[in-house]
Design a protein. Sequence first.
Length: 82
Amino acid sequence: MQLGTRWAARTQPPAAVPAALHAQIAAVEASVPPDALGQPAPYWTLTWLEGRPVVELDTGVIVTLDRDGTVVVRHDDEDEFA
C-alpha cells in the first residue's frame, strides 16, 4: 500500500510525486492565475490507483500516468473512459 500526500500549488512537489509528472504539474499551475484577493493557493493531492500516481488539484484538474507511462491531464468532470 502506498500513502498519498498533499502540498500547496506553486511549491516543490514532495519526493513521493514521480518526476515524470513535475513538468505537467508546473504547466497546470502556470495556467491558474494567482488569486487577486490573496486567497491561499489550491492544494494538490497525490493518491495511487492500481499502482499509478494520480495527482488532483482542488480545482478538479487531474494529472496522471496512463498504462503506457504517458502523462495525461484531464478534469474530474470528464469521463476517463470516453
